[in-house]
Write a protein that binds this ligand. Structure first.
Ligand code: ADP
Ligand code: MG
Length: 152
């Protein structure tokens, strides 16, 4: 496992981490994002998705569960499973079809989809540190480790 920890003193630092990731990610890749509400999971996703070329807003797909983007030849799926009541909902939306060779998946609250999601290549945990945040990134597969090893 390749693992790094960083302090993120402000929102801009979280967005910049998304930018750093954007330089190294390639499909297929599955990223789990964990941490309490407000820890910065969506902020980091926004930094990554906008750095990959998305011009508009990145809103949290809290009600729709998933927001798709097509960027850099990849199918990017930003999931937020916070409001998922029953993992069966994921079956109904055809969850398996999302994870292809072309897809880069960012999954907030992956625990809610337990048993129906592919394993993560990278897990990212964000935690509060006073007003600031701390992040830990773990590369869990060779593909994930390659990305994490590139980060400073
Ligand atoms: P989550 O998706 O984890 O619930 P959000 O990204 O929606 O969290 O919200 C995070 C909040 O914390 C936002 O208000 C954002 O401005 C702020 N924030 C993000 N990163 C940092 C940071 N490194 N330090 C302080 N505040 C941050
Ligand atoms: Mg969120």
């Amino acid at each position: 496992m390749t693992s790094i920890k960083k302090n993120l003193p402000d929102e801009q630092a979280t967005i910049e981490l998304g930018y750093e990731l954007s330089l190294w990610v390639s499909a297929p890749l599955v990223i789990y994002l964990t941490g309490d509400l407000g820890a910065g999971k969506t902020t980091l996703s926004r930094g990554l998705i906008q750095s990959l070329g998305h011009k508009g807003n990145v809103k949290s797909p809290t009600y729709t569960l998933v927001e798709p983007y097509e960027l850099k030849g990849m199918d990017i799926f930003h999931f937020d499973l916070y409001r998922l009541l029953d993992p069966e909902e994921l079956e109904f939306m055809g969850i398996r079809d999302y994870f292809t060779e072309k897809s880069l998946s960012l999954i907030e609250w992956p625990d809610r989809g337990h048993g129906l999601l592919p394993d993560a290549d990278i897990s990212i945990h964000l935690g509060y540190q006073g007003e600031q945040r701390q992040v830990e990134l773990n590369g869990l597969t060779p593909a994930g480790q390659q990305v994490v090893a590139k980060l400073k």
